[in-house]
Every structure is written in C-alpha cells, then in structure tokens.
Design a protein around this ligand. Structure first.
Ligand code: AKG
Length: 239
C-alpha cells in the first residue's frame, strides 16, 4: 500500500474522514460529466410528474429524496453508465482502503447528491442508524466495529468553500452525541478527480451552495457490511 493510502487509513481511524486523490483519469471524468448532464434532467421530470409526498419523488425504479432546500439525493435506481463503471465500482485506489476498513462481507451502492445554487446547509447527521430503539446518542453504535463508509466524488468541478464543502465534527465517529461539545467542526473541500471518504458514524453535513451558478453535484458510493440494511428510509414507500 502506498504512503498516501496509509495516511488515508490513519485519517479515517483518527479524524473519521480523508481525501483520496487522483481516482479518475480525464476520460473517466468526462464520462461522469456527460452522464450527469443527462441525469440532471431527472429531478425536474419527476417533480412535475409523480409527486408522492413533499419529501421524495418516485418514478419506476428511481427514488429521489429531498435532503433540504435545493438539495436532492438521487438515492435509488441510478445504476447505469458511470454509476456502473469499473472506474467507480472497482476503483483500484478506493478498493484497498475499503477492504482494510471493512475486511469482508461488504457491498456497495451508488447515487448522487445535487445541491443547487442557493441551497441551504444540511442538518448534521450520522449516515448510520444509531442502533437504538429509543434515543440517538449512539452508545451502541460506538461499541460496534466500523461497518459503513461513504465516498463523495465531485462531478462538475472542485467542491469549494462557496459551493458547499462537507462539514465534519471531527472525531465524532468515536463519540456519543453527549460528548460532542469538545469536538471541532472542519470544512473539507475536494478537487475534481478526487473523493472525500468518511466513516458513516461521523456527524457531518453538506454546507449550502452560496455560489452564483455552480451545480454542486457529487456522486456517492456507500459501502457497508451485508448485515446492515440501508434501503429503509422512514416515510418512504418500500414497494
Ligand atoms: O453533500 C455533502 O457534502 C454531504 C451529503 C450528506 O451528508 C448526505 O446527503 O447525507
């Protein structure tokens, strides 16, 4: 493993997040961007069509969640083109890091976050369930081995302080929420061609897009142990 990758693993262990650089070739980036140009039309089409509730849109196999003002999570059914490419599914730089963190019996799925100019800050959250029937401090979560990692990949250009960095409560992947006060928030930007990888236990949010015209789109890949079910969202029709 290269020294960069060793640093990625140390960052993930200690801070809960890391940037993995130079994941994609210029050709792969172009393919991702041309697929995005087509997908970009999807939210508008479904919004004007099958509005199921104000919280999400469903059309055939596709589910788009509203994740805040001007923010959309293209969550289910986005699995063709770049989403299915080996550059993304079996990325040779990402895979050894995930293998180190999750060891075995894990899978992945992909989607996209759109955060339009004028979008607001997202709420802070962990990507994992707190694993508690009552409350959400995360006591049980802290006792479980790491089982979930998220990778965010800029699509249209660099993620900048203006168009919406990801904000992490650094180290919160190792703390219950009643211990959060001592932790500091850090904003992480990411250049095109690289990715932010983080532990799903970390408290984080996407910052709003304060740019005039940047489409701040990121492809995400979620990796989790097979025993975990990430296909449930409260209030979303499961059929
Ligand atoms: O957009 C980001 O930087 C973070 C997105 C995120 O955390 C989410 O949609 O759950």
């Amino acid at each position: 493993m290269s020294s960069d990758h060793q640093q990625n693993i140390i960052d993930l262990k200690e801070k809960g997040h890391t940037i993995v650089n130079d994941l994609f070739s210029p050709v792969e980036i172009k393919k991702m961007q041309s697929d995005y140009a087509e997908i970009r039309l999807t939210p508008q089409t479904t919004q004007n069509g099958d509005v199921t509730t104000s919280q999400y849109w469903k059309k055939n196999d596709k589910v788009i969640l509203q994740a805040g003002v001007g923010r959309y999570d293209l969550w289910r059914g986005f699995n063709t083109g770049f989403f299915a490419s080996s550059a993304l599914v079996d990325n040779p730089k990402l895979e050894p890091i995930l293998k180190h963190c999750l060891v075995d019996n894990y899978g992945s799925y992909r989607g996209m976050i759109l955060s339009d100019p004028g979008s607001s800050d997202q709420y802070f959250h962990r990507d994992t369930d707190p694993l508690e029937n009552v409350g959400s401090k995360g006591k049980a979560l802290m006792a479980v081995d790491d089982f979930y990692f998220t990778c965010l990949i800029p699509v249209t250009g660099d993620v900048t302080p203006e168009n919406g960095p990801t904000e992490f409560l650094e180290g919160s992947h190792r703390h219950c929420s009643d211990e959060f006060e001592s932790l500091k928030e850090v904003q992480v930007c990411c250049p095109l061609g690289s990715a932010v990888v983080f532990n799903g236990k970390i408290n984080h949010r996407g910052k709003g897009n304060r740019s005039e015209k940047d489409d701040r789109a990121v492809v995400y890949t979620v990796y989790h142990k097979e025993w975990y079910n990430d296909q449930f969202r409260k209030g979303v029709d499961q059929t």
